[in-house]
Design a protein around this ligand. Structure first.
Ligand SMILES: CC(C)(COP(=O)(O)OP(=O)(O)OC[C@H]1O[C@@H](n2cnc3c(N)ncnc32)[C@H](O)[C@@H]1OP(=O)(O)O)[C@@H](O)C(=O)NCCC(=O)NCCS
Length: 187
């Protein structure tokens, strides 16, 4: 799975593997959305919103792609290449599971235009057609109605609620588990 091979194009967005030179635009995006993203992200180190930290994040993404542990993409506007968010498949498990967990975030200023819905559709296709995975799982806080809607529109099933599942913004939060398997896409 060579990183450079993957530019995934939809109608309004494209996904591409990030490079270290994306750090500045990623930083700007994260700074602008600091309060919007915070409830759904881990508590961050004090220096997280610096160019250095973002370069480290991107270097980590490169390494994770190389070792097959995670596949991270930036979501860009197809025409302008402007960065609109990110989406990633993490915790890749092989063997009998062939599973990954899905995460994403989209710039608040372009919310409600179908950006996340299209990006999730593209990354699910990548998971099944290119990464050889069988199942993609997402975990969503019950109050995150927009995110649940994005998954429903992409054919994910709600499988149940896991209590105190992830530590986000410093608190162990209950999450609804959603999943899709390759068979769902074929049918
Ligand atoms: C969740 C998030 C990715 C959605 O991005 P987006 O590009 O606006 O998503 P889309 O436009 O593709 O779809 C959003 C859907 O949710 C709906 N929606 C948004 N807010 C809603 C609300 N309060 N109640 C009900 N539906 C809502 C929209 O109407 C749309 O559905 P529709 O097409 O049927 O009208 C974005 O809000 C975000 O980044 N949030 C912060 C980080 C986050 O929550 N990440 C996911 C963690 S699991």
């Amino acid at each position: 799975l060579a990183r450079s091979d993957f530019k995934l194009e939809g109608d309004i967005v494209a996904l591409r593997a990030p490079t270290r030179s994306d750090a500045r635009e990623l930083l700007t995006l994260r700074v602008r959305n600091e309060r919007f993203f915070a409830p759904f992200e881990p508590a961050r180190e004090a220096d997280f919103l610096t160019l250095d930290a973002q370069e480290r994040v991107l270097a980590g993404d490169l390494e994770a792609w190389r070792t097959g542990q995670a596949y991270a993409f930036v979501i860009v506007e197809r025409r302008s290449e402007r960065m609109l968010g990110w989406v990633r498949l993490s915790n890749v498990a092989r063997g009998v599971w062939q599973n990954a967990t899905l995460g994403y975030a989209v710039d608040e200023s372009v919310n409600g235009r179908g950006v996340a819905t299209e990006a999730v559709g593209l990354v699910v296709r990548f998971a099944f057609e290119h990464a050889g995975l069988h199942r993609v799982q997402a975990a969503v806080m019950p109050r995150n109605v927009a995110s649940a809607r994005v998954l429903a529109k992409n054919g994910f099933r709600a499988e149940g609620r896991s209590l105190r599942y992830l530590c986000l913004a410093g608190a162990w939060e209950d999450h609804d588990i959603y999943a899709i398997t390759r068979e769902d896409v074929r049918s």
